[in-house]
Design a protein around this ligand. Structure first.
Ligand code: ATP
Ligand code: MG
Length: 302
């Protein structure tokens, strides 16, 4: 078990100590966690809440931080508010309560400092793959000449294996291909932070695995900071340093309890893990069972 404390009681400052007590962690991991502890949150969420109906907030009191270079996933049932949180971080939605900061500044609107891969593909249907990505690249670096933009676009389209479709329009692509264009576009603008909303949801298992590997390689290489929503427990365990478990709002004992962060799971597996070896790593099944148990029995009840 990684942490039994609720996020409301658990600050990132106390997390490694709490985890250390619960887990027989090798000394090098202790050192890593102490280092993480000393870092200040690059992204900081404070007491975030969202209500469409004032007496029934979707979630409330959500607080967490993400350090530079950290990969954090959030898991929770449909409707608990994951996309809403990601949209607030992207500056595309506003919270009803609380604040979100990146690099010490409050997030007040969309910015090219944050690359977003949406749950829906959000491509411009009248532009080809090349033009869709070039549009974003040109917005990011307005001074770049056409050949430089083109080279940069082709590099990122190649990264997701779509060079053969680079001059096609979104309507000519499958759902999975469109999602890969979204991923290439987010990476192409080299954002300070990647916000990914189920980026692999529409991919078949084989492509999904390949792109997970690609993403992990690039993220490790570039020290990219990532916040990602997923429904796939194995994907979260493979990719993330920490996993936020989110509960749904629900009626409990005659009164409504908003959703929120129920627990933060620190991934104790070595960071250099691969998909192929994941299920052989000591601790993998315990962690997986813990998250699945949360989703089955605790995510809908406080
Ligand atoms: N404009 C709106 N008006 C009213 N309720 C809304 C609105 N937008 C979202 N909601 C509600 O807010 C809740 C959270 O939505 P959100 O899209 O963040 O969920 P999610 O966790 O991303 O779900 P999923 O896993 O299905 O994508 C949902 O219950 C949804 O019905
Ligand atoms: Mg969503």
């Amino acid at each position: 078990m990684w942490s039994e404390t609720t996020e409301r009681e658990l600050t990132t400052a106390t997390l490694p100590a709490a985890v250390a007590k619960l887990l027989p962690i090798p000394s090098e991991l202790h050192a890593l966690q102490t280092k993480a502890n000393a870092m200040t949150g690059f992204l900081k969420i404070e007491k975030l809440g969202k209500a469409y109906q004032s007496d029934k907030p979707v979630f409330s009191d959500v607080s967490f931080t993400i350090d530079k270079g950290e990969f954090v996933c959030i898991i929770g049932h449909s409707g608990c508010g994951k996309t809403t949180i990601l949209n607030v971080l992207a500056g595309l939605d506003t919270a009803t309560a609380g604040h979100a900061f990146m690099d010490g500044r409050e997030i007040a609107g969309p910015s090219l400092e944050r690359g977003v891969v949406f749950q829906s593909h959000a491509l411009m249907p009248w532009l080809t793959v090349r033009q869709n990505i070039a549009f974003a690249v040109h917005s990011r670096w307005p001074d770049w000449k056409k050949p430089q933009v083109n080279e940069h676009v082709e590099k990122h389209v190649g990264m997701v294996g779509l060079l053969h479709a680079i001059d096609k329009k979104p309507s000519q692509l499958s759902g999975g291909m469109k999602q890969r264009v979204g991923i290439a576009r987010a990476f192409a603008i080299q954002p300070k932070m990647l916000l990914l909303d189920e980026p692999f949801g529409a991919l078949d298992a084989l492509t999904r695995g390949t792109i997970q590997d690609e993403l992990m390689g690039i993220v490790r290489q570039t020290q990219q900071t990532v916040f990602m929503i997923t429904h796939d427990v194995d994907e979260a365990i493979l990719l993330s340093d920490r996993i936020l478990l989110m509960s749904n709002g629900n009626e409990s004992g005659g009164h409504y309890v908003p959703g929120g962060l129920a627990e933060v799971v620190v991934n104790p597996l070595p960071r250099e893990r691969t998909r192929a070896q994941l299920h052989h790593l000591p601790g993998y099944y315990d962690m997986r069972n813990h998250i699945v148990d949360f989703l089955v029995s605790r995510a809908k009840a406080h």
